[in-house]
Design a protein around this ligand. Sequence first.
Ligand code: URA
Length: 201
Amino acid sequence: MESLDALADQVRQCARCRLSRTRTNAVPGNGAGNARLMFVGEAPGFHEDQQGSPFVGAAGHLLDTLLASINLSRERVYITNVVKCRPPDNRDPQPDEIEACRGFLDCQLAMIKPAMVVTLGRFSMQLAYSGVSISRVHGQPKRVGDVIYYPMFHPAAALHQPRYRSLLEQDMRRIPEILSSMAGTDPTPAPPAPPAQLTLF
Ligand code: URA
């Protein structure tokens, strides 16, 4: 695959699983092609399916607010989902649907080469953690190869249960420091970094 645009075209034409038959639009992802920070959610919802862009509904507005809290906007990061088409009635994505879509996410990771992947919710958390509860591991960065995976609750959780909002805010606030202290270093712990501004490019 030559470019993210070509990959997005492939996603839009994809018929590898049953979700292609019920979608309005596939949602490949968007943002900066050279982002150091990538956010991976679960699957498009109603508004994302209508518009073909990720996180444009209520959860997306909260994600924008959380990004703004660390002086970022979505144009400076890359945002996508584990599954690129909306599951009917927003049901959970099925294992075979996740598997069918996995190659697209792998290509996005290979092309963008983010330093840090923030997983939003329990489905994308599986990229780095399996068999654990998100309540136990949220906010704990884990290096896998060259990439730091950082699990966070899904923003939609805070829309249903307000107590998740402060956990999301806390975890988000730690991203600049983790990025500057862990990214691009070997796995040995780096000395504590001063409060950091993100350098994304
Ligand atoms: N929830 C997700 O996981 N992804 C979206 O794009 C929107 C809502």
